[in-house]
Design a binder for this molecule. Structure first.
Ligand SMILES: Cc1ncc(COP(=O)(O)O)c(C=O)c1O
Length: 393
């Protein structure tokens, strides 16, 4: 049986798509909305960029600010969470011996960015080993707190981890570190649209999130939130006209981030319609979507665990809308994380199932991650479980 919501997406109908988590997937109305803005841009490009763009982007920032419970003035558009993380890290200054804390479940691209910056300044990267399977959020809290020293200057925390699909206790950790003067960079790539975010009260110095994942917005739409007192020290990756514009009524932060060169801004223009249109699809609006996807992810995870006769690796409270299980105990030789795993290829070729599988060193094994979005259904996880039982027996 297919989901009642699947008609809103034009996903390949014969394919079982269980990987919303990697790049998202847009419903048809979102694609049409983006096209509308692209058409307008191409009809009269100069008018679009010089006259219409400031008002359009302001409207989108306002819609986002309302959704995230923060001032739109503290939000900048970036193309993706990797750029958001890089924007912060490459703006910051460290002293030799300063410590940057990061859990070992961090997304590798963002971890690379930390290593790159730490090396440049002579700072030390302190990796915090988080177990998986895990008993509960308190394990993360205890381990992260015990890694704190007087030299800790920055902590990067995920809202939801990529390799292990764990909903992190990011609110408690943010309060703990920020109250000690340690800046928190929240990697909320899996954030907006997946879990409630209240940036106005969270207190993090920096938050970046992908709208193209769980908000179902067009690709290349992400934001960077910078707390007001930190804005003076954060510059976009691209320095442009805004660096020297007369300030007038606005801030340097606004000037610098509002123009970083010519690019397709249609995805950002589409955001107000995306937020409203998605909410209209489900009873209960966005709260209803998050609850639906959360319950579906848990049901899907439980089906896989029962069929494969394994214990769920984390409590339900650490699941949002993605869930990871370990499918084999051993790493494959010469297999690198995020490169196609033979099991991924097999599920794709033989069963027409798109689901990520990767090797991960800690603890060693091969892991499979399911996603749950409105267009998915229970039967799809049952089909995946049958395929896995068949191949892993
Ligand atoms: C935790 C986390 N951070 C960052 C990213 C990077 O997202 P993007 O490729 O859109 O920059 C991802 C992507 O899956 C992620 O899961």
């Amino acid at each position: 049986m297919t989901s009642q919501y699947s008609t809103h997406w034009s996903l390949e109908p014969t394919r079982l798509f269980l990987n919303h988590g990697s790049f998202g997937a847009c419903p048809d109305f979102v694609i049409a909305e983006q096209r509308k803005w692209q058409d307008l841009m191409e009809k009269e490009p100069v008018r679009f960029f010089e006259e219409l763009m400031p008002g359009l982007l302001q409207k989108s920032r306002h819609a986002l600010g309302e959704f995230l419970h923060c001032s739109p003035e503290d939000l900048a558009f970036v193309s993706n969470a990797t750029s958001g993380v890089n924007t912060v890290l490459r703006s910051l200054h460290f002293k030799e011996g300063d410590e940057i804390l990061v859990p070992n479940h961090a997304y590798q691209a963002c971890r690379n960015s930390i290593d790159f910056v730490a090396q440049r300044w002579g700072a030390k990267v302190v990796e915090v080993a988080i177990p998986f399977p895990i008993e509960g959020p308190h394990t993360v809290i205890d381990l992260m707190k015990s890694a704190y020293t007087s030299k800790t200057k920055l902590v990067m925390i995920d809202t939801v981890t990529s390799p292990t699909g764990l909903l992190m206790p990011f609110e408690e950790l943010t309060a703990y570190f920020e109250s000690r003067g340690v800046e928190v960079l929240l990697d909320a790539a899996h954030g907006i649209g997946m879990i409630p975010l209240n940036l106005g009260t969270l207190g993090a110095s920096y938050v970046t999130s992908n709208c193209h994942k769980w908000l179902c917005a067009p690709k290349g739409t992400a934001f960077l939130y910078v707390r007001k007192d930190k804005q003076k020290k954060i510059q976009p990756l691209t320095i442009s006209h805004g660096h020297t514009f007369p300030l007038g009524e606005t801030t340097r932060f606004r000037h610098e981030f509002d123009w970083t060169g010519t690019q397709d801004i249609s995805g950002w223009c589409a955001l107000p319609a995306v937020i409203e249109g998605m909410a209209d699809l489900v009873d209960g609006g966005w709260e209803g979507i998050m609850q639906h996807n959360h319950e579906l992810a848990i049901q899907g995870r439980n089906i896989l665990c029962e069929q494969l006769n394994i214990q769920p690796p984390c409590p339900d409270e650490m699941i949002a809308c993605i869930s990871t299980i370990k499918v084999t105990e051993t790493l494959l030789p010469n297999v690198v994380m995020h490169k196609p795993d033979p099991l991924h290829e097999l599920l794709s070729e033989k069963y027409n199932i798109q689901v990520p599988v990767w090797s991960w060193p800690s603890p060693a094994g091969r892991y499979l991650r399911i996603s749950a979005q409105l267009y998915n259904s229970i039967e799809q996880y049952e089909q995946l479980a049958d395929a896995l039982v068949n191949e892993l027996k």
